[in-house]
Design a protein around this ligand. Sequence first.
Ligand code: NAI
Length: 333
Amino acid sequence: MRVAVFSTKPYDRKFLGAANAAGDHELVFLEPRLTAQTARLAEGSAAVCAFVNDDLGDEVLERLAEVGVRVVALRAAGFNNVDVAAARRLGLTVVRVPEYSPHAVAEHTVGLILALNRKIHRAYNRVREHNFALTGLLGFDLHGRTVGIVGTGRIGVCVAQIMTAFGCRVLASDPQRSDAAIAAGAEYVPLEHLLAESDIVTLHCPLTADTRHLIDADRVKLLREGMMLINTGRGSLVDTRAVIDGLKSGRIGYLGLDVYEEETDLFFEDLSDRVLGDDDFARLTTFPNVLVTGHQAFFTSDGLHSIAATTIANLTAVAHSGPDAVTGPARVC
Ligand code: NAI
């Protein structure tokens, strides 16, 4: 099948190319992000392969269908960027990678927790300037602290397992209880209770209409004074302005983000020679107790290998046996 691969980076060529070594598909690597303006680049391809910040809204899907695309293969787990109703209406098959390496995201989450707590980002800069003073670098023992996990799916369970190994008490909130999370020591409580009790809150639920701005101004008021908030889920799970206010008041004592509400125009690109137009993001980078990474939690060799293998397997299944060959969580619609 001819596949237009949007938002291509060198690592996509490498891992998708290796997964397609048998040559089952003709991969057309395109650097632009998929938008209404770039959709026509897919002309002649039966499928597009898209990533998290590609636009798969109504208009783009219509344009893709017009140029003959039948399949959208997401090389990602989250599909909040897809207008599923429009895809159904247009008869497009949308497939994704529901599970690649939950460990990659969970480990990055814990990396943010450790770095923020022990101020490793600040210590790194100090030592490079031969400033060996410890003032301002005071951390706390994770052992005995309470960690609240919102969303105990694949990634949330891994985080629960790691944090209980640190000796933390783990609280969880999820409409669907997970036996694996309970086995890891998690205790299910209502969200409001979790927010009020936790020293660290970490978000691992998908972005949906229900979870958009899950952490808003009202919920910031429920948080423990000086707590740590981590978001490696999706940017819009938190209301950025409410969180900035929470940082200014001191209620949020630490903020770790791998995702950002308005990341589409920022992340995955080198913008170091441009003027930053996003004032909220600029404000976030001024806080000493904020650590932002640019959507890299998934970015391990194991993760990329697995994403590429599943993406190619999804495309092969659809090419050989039709859309119904992909079932279960890998099939969005
Ligand atoms: P999953 O589907 O295994 O688990 C999601 C869990 O969230 C489910 O147990 C579901 O019941 C729960 N949930 C749904 N609504 C909820 C709510 N209102 N409150 C609490 N829990 C709720 O998904 P997985 O693989 O654990 O991934 C979670 C999210 O992480 C993805 O949806 C994606 O947005 C994000 N992600 C981020 C990556 C990164 O690089 N930063 C990479 C991969 C995923």
